[in-house]
Design a protein around this ligand. Structure first.
Ligand code: ZN
Length: 460
């Protein structure tokens, strides 16, 4: 019998591209199949051949519906994977929305690059297309939380709420007597909509994310968002809020609802300009109606926010373009959250040069993204092959983060019933991962390491 082996195929030394291969005696599964995003060097890795023939995988286990955890699935399928993709019910619903959008963006980028002629690749090709996504969706196998599922011969897995986005989970993989826990992305205690992350079950090895491994979330400035909106409105400008379509949109709309209700911002028209966000909002609405146990009790207010805030969904691209020159100031919430693609890019191109406008960034901005450049004070950003001056006010409102910070990550780990033998720190910029590993070692006294990309470790 060979030893079970874990290989860090992605999100090792960086935040995106989560992929962890578990090679057990009789089966092989991949935990998360995430896209690399951000820097060109990272994105190029999406094109590299997968470490093993994808057809050899028994299954893929997905923690949640963010692209950096599920966005590589259609590529795996294109390259020959045809096994089950296990994930929670809500993740399955959201993955469908997210992957269709991703294929659309890939195709659109390739088309724009070919017509604009600025791509280095001729012709520019999409990583996958809509047909690959449609071939992937039938493979999704929804699982219940807190149930053992046999995911391959001799291999068992279970999902527990991670409080990060709807459907998000930690995944425990059991090979014989050995238990390995994958944190996926962990939410913050006190999320306005989701219940807190469930304490980790006992495991021999823990693979933990470290997006905010070297940071503490600042104490929320209760007036950051309201102040930005009031200032822009007073200047006669508009407010653009790039938001992750899945999760952040709901929180942003809830916050806007409360600010209007309390009279802290003028009642401006609010446009939700993202077909994906509108679809994801539907999944959240259904979960609220079904009293999902992942949601906090008493969400009447959220339902009210979703129903009563005058949010105009923008379903058509032509209407989206019209918003670029609104007659009166308005608030546009649009995806993607890091301004890497989607309709928000067109809005940025139009809104950034006008100093009356304001752009509010609402979450983690990975290195190499336009969102990060804006937070870092860029005076111009490149959009569709042209440089655009940044004269609009840029405001970073980190209160909307859906990731645990360093202390919250440590507290989650420390709640385990038994210390693990080793903690692998992944899914962070190198400094974040290193800082969290040091704190785990010093404050918990546990063995903690930051694995290299491609590193293999024994699980027995
Ligand atoms: Zn995530």
């Amino acid at each position: 019998m060979g030893s079970p082996v874990l290989t860090f195929l992605g999100a090792a030394g960086c935040v995106t591209g989560s992929k962890f291969l578990v090679d057990a005696d009789r089966s092989r599964v991949l935990v998360d199949a995430g896209l690399y995003q951000g820097l060109r060097e990272l994105r190029r890795r999406n094109w590299e051949p997968f470490a093993i023939p994808p057809a050899d995988l028994d299954a893929v286990l997905v923690t949640h519906a963010h692209l950096d955890h599920c966005g590589y699935l259609p590529r795996l399928v294109r390259e020959g994977f045809s096994g089950p993709v296990y994930c929670t019910r809500e993740s399955a619903e959201l993955i469908e929305i997210v992957l269709r959008d991703s294929a659309h963006l890939q195709e659109e980028d390739a088309r724009l690059a070919n017509s604009g002629g600025w791509s280095k690749h001729r012709p520019a090709l999409p990583l996958y297309d809509g047909a690959d996504v449609e071939a992937t969706l039938p493979l999704l196998c929804p699982v219940d939380f807190d149930r053992d599922v046999e995911v391959g011969p001799g291999l068992c897995a279970s999902w527990r709420p991670a409080g990060h986005i709807l459907g998000s989970a930690t995944v425990l993989v059991e090979t014989g007597e050995r238990r390995t826990l994958f944190s996926g992305d962990l939410g913050r205690p006190g999320h306005p909509v989701l219940v807190d992350p469930v304490a980790p079950p006992s495991a021999h090895s823990v693979v933990v994310e470290s997006t905010y491994g070297d940071r503490a979330h600042p104490v929320a400035d209760p007036d950051a968002l309201a102040g930005a909106i009031r200032r822009a409105a007073a200047r006669g400008g508009s407010v653009l809020i790039p938001a992750f379509a899945v999760d952040r949109t709901e929180l942003v709309l809830l916050a806007l609802h409360r600010l209007v209700r309390d009279g802290r911002i003028p009642r401006l028209p609010v446009y939700l300009d993202s077909p994906m966000a509108l679809a994801a909002l539907g999944v959240y609405r259904r979960a609220i109606s079904a009293d999902s146990p992942q949601l906090r009790p008493g969400l009447e207010e959220v339902r009210a926010a979703l129903d009563h805030l005058e949010v105009r969904g923008v379903a058509h691209a032509a209407e989206s373009m019209r918003l670029n020159r609104p007659a009166t100031p308005c608030i546009v919430v649009s995806a993607s959250g890091m301004a890497t693609g989607g309709r928000v890019v067109h809005h940025l191109a139009h809104q950034l040069p006008d100093p009356r406008n304001c752009v509010v960034l609402t979450g983690y901005q990975a290195v190499g993204t336009r969102g990060r450049q804006l937070v870092d004070g860029a005076r111009q950003v490149k959009i569709h092959g042209r440089y655009v001056p940044v004269r609009a006010e840029i405001v970073d409102v980190p209160d909307f983060s859906v990731h645990a910070d360093a202390t919250e990550l440590l507290a989650w780990l420390a709640a385990a019933p038994h210390p693990p033998e080793v903690v692998y720190v992944v899914h962070g910029e190198p400094a974040s991962s290193a800082a969290l590993a040091v704190r785990i070692t010093e404050e918990l006294g546990w063995c903690a390491v930051v694995p290299r990309a491609g590193e293999r470790v024994r699980l027995d």
